[in-house]
Design a protein. Structure first.
Length: 324
């Protein structure tokens, strides 16, 4: 199983949860699964694989889980070239449109969350619960803020990350003062956070509200039943609006048209009792679609043609690039 966390210094908590979802489904179906991770992470049902020593002839299929597929990105390009002869499947990935400078599709089959006519759900929401999650210890009203930072893959002129950070922090401070609470910054990036995955996820569980410019920031809030407001920081809209807009949750906005006052007002509405049932409906529907995506993945892996040169019982590796 490959993911962005296969590469040193890369990978987020959302990527990891998506990978754990895929591993759990394949392991339950009886497949031998290895995950290539540069991080010391626990993945039930899968042995950790040293990607540098893995031989293409020793795997029956490569599955790449989650994240954007960006043309020319050295790490992923080297991975796909090295395993060029191995059937590759992408699950929960984002593809850029054909003709876009970042467009690339190295997969034989792909269950993309965006970039293809048929959209498949991101699967992070379906990850097994982590037994190491900490119980909430601070009773104060807590506003979590999750910021994406620069996104040059969309073009530097479209990335409104600085404006977004200012708007989110101003709104969070106002909400914390109004409710007599605190602001909790959450870093999804595993290396930058310097925390164990369970510790990052526990921060979401400690929130009463999440303001996020990350797609997975919203999904982690949803996973823990926390109301959220999502802000797409790419001018004209990108992943956040494309993936969350159709969810049925009413508080998904563009950064170019939203200021701190409007964001705080949206947050108050997200906290209102009238939206409690809606949040659970959105969560249940997203989880149902994630399970359907995992079921399709399992079927594609089951249909993978045998490789004569692969040893019996060789692992199915999660990476990308296509199943017949």
């Amino acid at each position: 199983m490959t993911w962005y966390g296969s590469f040193a210094g890369a990978g987020t908590i959302g990527d990891l949860l998506a990978m754990r979802s895929a591993v759990a489904r394949l392991a339950a179906a009886g497949h031998a699964v290895a995950h290539a991770s540069a991080h010391e992470v626990e993945v039930t049902g899968s042995a950790r694989l040293d990607l540098a020593r893995a031989r293409p002839e020793d795997v029956d299929g490569l599955v790449f889980v989650c994240g954007p597929i960006i043309r020319g990105l050295p790490q992923t390009q080297a991975l796909f070239e090295r395993f060029a002869a191995v059937p590759k499947l992408g699950i929960g990935v984002s593809l850029f449109a054909p003709g876009h400078p970042s467009h690339g599709d190295p997969f034989d089959r792909v269950l993309a969350r965006e970039g293809r006519p048929e959209r498949f759900e991101d699967v992070a929401l379906a990850a097994p619960s982590d037994s190491a999650l900490a119980a909430r210890s601070d009773p104060r009203f807590t506003v979590g803020i999750v910021l994406r930072g620069p996104q040059g893959e969309y073009g530097p002129e479209r990335s409104l990350h600085e404006r977004t950070a200012d708007v989110v922090r101003s709104a969070a401070d106002a909400l914390a003062r109004r409710h007599g609470g605190r602001v909790l910054e959450i870093e999804n990036h595993l290396a930058r956070a310097g925390l164990a995955p369970a510790a990052i996820e526990s921060r979401y569980a400690a929130c009463d509200l999440v303001l996020s410019s990350r797609f997975h920031g919203a999904m982690l809030a949803l996973r823990h039943g926390v109301p959220f407001v999502a802000l797409d920081q790419i001018a004209g809209g990108a992943k956040v609006r494309a993936l969350l807009g159709p969810s049925g949750w009413p508080h998904v906005y563009g950064a170019e048209t939203t200021d701190a006052r409007a964001l705080a007002a949206a947050a108050e509405d997200a906290l209102s009792p009238r939206l409690g049932a809606r949040l659970e409906e959105v969560r249940s529907d997203a989880l149902r679609r994630a399970e359907a995506t995992l079921e399709r993945m399992e079927r594609l892996v089951r249909e993978l043609p045998p490789r004569a040169q692969a040893p019996t019982g060789s692992p199915v590796s999660a990476s990308a690039n296509g199943f017949q």
